[in-house]
Design a protein around this ligand. Structure first.
Ligand code: KG4
Ligand code: ZN
Length: 340
């Protein structure tokens, strides 16, 4: 009998529900973005996000079931994001999941949002060998992670300040490109000259950590200089040069860490994994070294519930069923997931 798992995701500004069969086949994956609610604030407002999830989650459940041609009684388990994220936003999905699991008398599985982003690579590429090295780049996180299994992650390097997605969003706001900034800069960068401006490639002097706040400041200074001189900001060239600096740093780190760990399989995950230049560069690095590079399809990069159901199924198989006291946790490191 196939196993059907309902995934629920509400950790930030996307409400998503998905039904996945046997951890791989996506029967439905509906995503409702709150971008319209937060746009005028230039970032996610936690209280507004919680309310948005509450309003969206009921109709989305009906839609996810309809699209999958599935009834509530056909579900074998409920998987929900429990960490990390906005506390109030997480609670909406978690409480819905608890109610459904209790009402249907099926197991509840708690899924770590970042682990699910990473595991989306395994969902999309079933034969992806373990261990692999994954670059996790989202709005709130930037780390290079060694992946040894669905609960075994070791963070090898991280940003000391801004996450890459955050740097994209802040820079886009500065350039008047709106929120979220990543897709807008990605599009514009394709039209600009990536060598127009030599923005800093920040590498921390000791260790392998990264830093992106200096880059953001460099863009701000450049924009200010243009405004002071009464000149228009060459937005496409700035976007292309900014993106090139980010991709250079990330690709360099991945190559160095893969070498250090003796890993020959590279992957990328999180919202910024949708970035075309980043994907292309990592593919080039892998090709040059005779390594393998994989990336999830676009719809599994940004926040979605299919990845929650996918990893949830894997955890269910391993017997990791949550107890009713499963709590929402705004912070929770990937390294802390390993069972003791
Ligand atoms: O993983 P995600 O959907 O949400 C978090 O958990 O943070 O990531 C959202 C981030 C945003 O900062 C957005 O600007 C960025 O991913 N992003 C991109 C692209 N698409 C989304 N950044 C660069 N290029 C893109 N194409
Ligand atoms: Zn995410």
């Amino acid at each position: 009998m196939p196993v059907r798992v309902l995934g629920i995701e509400s950790s930030c500004d996307e409400t998503s529900l998905a039904i996945v069969e046997d951890g791989r086949q996506i029967l439905s994956n509906v995503v409702s973005s709150q971008i319209g609610l937060h746009e005028r604030f230039g970032g996610v407002v936690p209280e507004i996000a919680s309310r948005g999830h509450i309003e969206a989650i009921g109709p989305l459940l009906v839609e996810a079931l309809d699209r999958a041609d599935c009834r509530l009684q056909d579900l074998d388990a409920i998987a929900t994001t429990f960490a990390p994220g906005l506390q109030g936003a997480l609670l909406v999905g978690l409480m819905t999941a608890k109610g459904l699991a209790w009402g249907l008398d099926v197991p509840l599985v708690g899924v770590h949002h970042l682990a699910a982003h990473i595991w989306a690579n395994r969902m999309a590429h079933h034969d992806l060998p373990l261990p692999f090295l994954c670059l996790l780049v989202s709005g709130g996180h930037t780390e290079v992670v060694r992946v040894d299994g669905p609960e075994h992650f070791r963070s090898l390097a991280r940003t000391r300040d801004d996450a890459v997605g955050e740097a994209y969003d802040k820079t886009a706001r500065l350039l008047g490109l709106g929120y979220p900034g990543g897709p807008a800069i990605d599009r514009l960068a394709a039209e600009g000259n990536p060598n127009a401006f030599a923005f800093p490639r920040a590498s921390m002097s000791e260790g392998l950590d990264m830093s992106f706040s200096g880059l953001k400041t460099a863009v701000r200074r450049l924009a200010e200089r243009h405004v002071e001189a009464g000149m228009p900001i060459p937005v496409a060239d700035v976007a292309a040069s900014f993106q090139r600096a980010i991709v250079d740093v990330l690709a360099h780190r991945m190559e160095k860490l893969a070498e250090q760990e003796g890993l020959e399989v590279l992957a990328v995950a999180g919202g910024v994994a949708a970035n075309r230049e980043l994907r292309a560069r990592l593919a080039t690095v892998a090709e040059k070294r005779g390594w393998t590079f994989v990336a999830p399809p676009m719809e599994l990069c940004t926040d979605n519930a299919a990845m929650i159901a996918g990893l949830g199924t894997e955890l269910l198989r391993a017997g990791r069923v949550a107890t009713p006291d499963l709590a929402a946790r705004s912070r929770y490191s990937l390294d802390a997931l390993a069972p003791t």
